[in-house]
Design a protein around this ligand. Structure first.
Ligand SMILES: CC(C)(COP(=O)(O)OP(=O)(O)OC[C@H]1O[C@@H](n2cnc3c(N)ncnc32)[C@H](O)[C@@H]1OP(=O)(O)O)[C@@H](O)C(=O)NCCC(=O)NCCS
Length: 318
């Protein structure tokens, strides 16, 4: 038995903040941001708009696109680093908002790799026969942990949510073929928040050594991409579409180049969304699905790297 992706959905807050707008409050420019990152704009949640609200909207869209109701879902897994509250989990808030009292729901925290981690957890629960259908969501309100005076970080991130419904299938060849997760906690000082529940009692803001993170990202992503191919015996040319975490266009182009893959086989949304951490892959995936770029039988490679460091990859036959 395998787990396949039945449907996807997404949600983006209404407010769009352009690079030009940011350059009015911090010393930066559209030219610098586009050249170094590829980001042109990001969506920012409204006051009072929380991660669970965005997660629920994305979940509803995925349910509708899959012609399902909450009664058809056995479990909810939300990948997030920016939960509404310390507890309960965002996932149980989504469960309640959807009117579900059956099944179970929990959050996964692996920062920008969160969605690959959450899909891997859900895949394990399905292939072990524990559940048949899991609503997997990546949702973030990154704007809540940004120092809006720090030009190094505030230009990079955005808010949003994406969802995918994973379900058991016996169809030959379809579904998640392999997943590979890694972490290395020694690099904490390169990417972290300067606060938290048990340390300062405040969420803190993102602190980052950009150049160092960049170097690690390129190496880590090359490793997990190689692992996914080695585990399945596929060649880079077998991949129909690369759905990477959306942190920096230069990092994405580096991975595509390593795979000798033309950019028209790569899903890029960071120009419009910025880095939405755990929401970036499901947002990109839904963008590709809704634009008709994902066809039955396609081989998709998902990969991400983020704070922790955490990194991972996943190959799925659509
Ligand atoms: C952050 C990042 C875009 C910076 O690009 P970079 O080419 O490495 O730039 P540097 O950090 O070396 O900074 C170069 C200069 O630009 C300046 N700068 C930094 N942010 C700036 C901004 N928003 N606008 C204008 N100038 C900026 C720096 O202060 C530095 O100035 P200096 O040379 O006078 O010291 C890049 O390192 C990156 O994307 N790293 C990975 C980050 C990431 O993916 N994080 C999330 C992982 S999930």
């Amino acid at each position: 038995m395998r787990a396949c992706i039945r449907s996807t959905g997404s949600y983006l807050p209404a407010r769009v903040v352009t690079n030009a707008e940011l350059s009015k409050t911090v010393e930066t420019s559209d030219e610098w941001i586009v050249q170094r990152t590829g980001i042109k704009q990001r969506h920012i949640a409204a006051e009072g708009e929380l991660t669970s609200h965005m997660a629920t909207a994305a979940a509803r869209a995925a349910l509708e696109n899959g012609k399902l109701t909450p009664a058809d879902i056995d479990a909810i897994v939300v990948a997030t680093t920016t939960p509404d509250d310390t507890f309960p989990a965002v996932a149980v808030k989504v469960q309640a908002a959807l009117g579900m009292t059956h099944g179970f729901a929990f959050d996964v925290q692996a920062v920008c790799s969160g969605f690959v981690y959450a899909l891997t957890v859900a895949n394990g629960m399905i292939t072990s026969g524990q559940v048949r259908r899991v609503l997997v969501i990546g949702a973030e309100k990154m704007s809540s942990i940004l120092d809006w005076n720090d030009r190094i970080t505030c230009v990079l991130f955005g808010d949003g949510a994406g969802a995918a419904i994973l379900e058991a299938t016996e169809e030959e060849g379809r579904g998640i073929l392999t997943t590979h997760l890694h972490s290395d906690g020694r690099h904490r000082d390169l990417l972290y928040t300067n606060g938290g529940v048990a340390s300062t009692g405040k969420a803190g803001t993102i602190q980052m050594q950009g150049r160092e993170v960049f170097k690690h990202a390129v190496e880590a992503l090359a490793q997990v991409v190689d692992e996914a191919l080695a585990a399945t015996g596929y060649k880079p040319s077998d991949i129909s579409l690369l759905v990477p975490h959306q942190a920096n266009l230069r990092i994405i182009e580096g991975t595509a180049k390593k795979l000798d893959m033309p950019m028209d086989k790569v899903v890029v949304t960071l120009d419009r969304h910025g880095n939405t951490s755990a929401a970036s892959i499901p947002l990109a995936l839904h963008d590709a699905v809704s634009n008709g770029r994902v066809k039955r039988g396609y081989l998709l490679l998902l990969e991400a790297m983020g704070g922790g460091f955490t990194w991972g990859s996943l190959l799925v036959r659509w």
